[in-house]
Design a protein around this ligand. Structure first.
Ligand code: XIL
Length: 331
């Protein structure tokens, strides 16, 4: 299917060779106004939660693959790319995953899950967030690894096993390591630990191709430092890895923020991001305030973190993103 010419952010981003995308949920299927905005602005879609392990399986085995197939059919019909999200994340472990499983059993369940999902979309899902948020220096583990269930049950090599399994299931997929706080003033230990992990993996020939910067921002929190972001992006580029902005949204300040203030944060952040030569895509975590995960986070009520309001009207943030995308040198 040749993709109908998109009029919005996808076109602006495409002029400099990057994809604009957004996380979407089941409202994509039954809300026409939301779907039309996605088709206008996005070249890339990410299932926000429907592909997570805890949504597809109760015990960790025998996943229901119908959500994968539904997104594949939609993407094929409309000429969209998909980034699979996310194969291994400590916050989306199946509720019935056997906490007492030994290493061998845990490896069998994890690799079976990865093979099922990646194999289902082989050749049709260009990016996968394989391991999400594996770094947490405050856990005190070697290398700053987060003490996740699979870290405890398999060991630190669960990361390598996950990426090798995904690559075997779809050699064409670009495999992403996704994390947060990597451009933040408080993220020095995280940046160092992520870079060390990536360097170790790449030196062992582990197939990792890109780093996902989640990019959950907040008005007025003063923790974004463009120089740190640029420094980190350069280190990642030197490793030969791509950079993806994977979950961009802008929370209001604790006392509330105007749409103009939210737009200002989008513009400032993306003006630094679009200068990264190895940037491949920018995705917001949702497209409309009608559905933002922040509404369910502490203090998130009434959240207005995205590019469209709940009535699907473009907000100043949309213009700020369009302006920043246009700053990137065209191909
Ligand atoms: C969130 C989704 O938006 C929610 O709908 C779900 O209930 C929990 O997960 N970082 C991530 C995403 O990598 O997977 C999370 O998404 C937000 C934080």
């Amino acid at each position: 299917m040749v993709r109908a010419q998109a009029r919005g952010l996808a076109t602006i981003a495409g002029q400099s060779g990057i994809q604009f995308g957004a996380a979407v949920g089941p409202w994509l299927w039954n809300e026409r106004d939301f779907r039309e905005a996605v088709l206008s602005d996005c070249a890339l879609i990410i299932p926000e939660f429907e592909w997570k392990w805890d949504r597809l399986s109760h015990h960790g085995g025998d996943c229901d693959l119908s959500p994968i197939k539904r997104y594949l059919a939609f993407a094929d019909k409309h000429g969209l790319a998909i980034r699979g999200h996310t194969l291994v994340w400590h916050r989306s472990m199946p509720s019935g995953f056997p906490a007492s499983a030994d290493r061998e059993t845990a490896i069998k369940l994890m690799t079976g899950h990865i093979r099922a999902l990646v194999g289902c979309g082989a050749g049709r899902i260009p990016y996968w967030d394989v391991v999400n948020e594996a770094i947490e220096p405050e856990d005190g583990e070697r290398g700053g690894l987060r003490r996740t269930p699979l870290f405890r049950q398999i060991g630190p090599d669960y990361i390598e096993i996950a990426y090798r399994t995904a690559a075997q299931a779809d050699p064409a997929a670009r495999l992403v390591y996704n994390d947060y706080g990597l451009g933040k003033t408080w993220g020095a230990a995280r940046r160092e630990a992520v870079l060390r992990m990536l360097d170790k993996m790449l030196s062992r020939g582990v197939p990792i191709h890109a780093v996902g910067l989640q990019s959950h921002l907040k008005v007025g929190d003063g923790t974004f430092d463009p120089e740190m972001l640029t420094w980190f992006g350069k280190r990642v580029e030197e490793m030969g890895l791509d950079i993806l902005v994977t979950e961009l949204d802008v929370a209001a300040a604790d006392g509330g923020s105007s749409d103009a203030e939210v737009a200002g944060v989008y513009g400032e952040y993306l003006s630094a991001i679009v200068q990264l030569p190895n940037l491949k895509s920018i995705s917001t975590w949702g497209l409309s305030d009608r559905y933002s995960w922040l509404a369910n986070e502490p203090g998130g009520h009434g959240a207005r973190p995205l590019l469209y309001d709940a009535r699907m009207q473009r907000k100043p943030a949309w213009d700020a993103v369009a302006g920043a995308l246009a700053e990137r040198i065209p191909l």
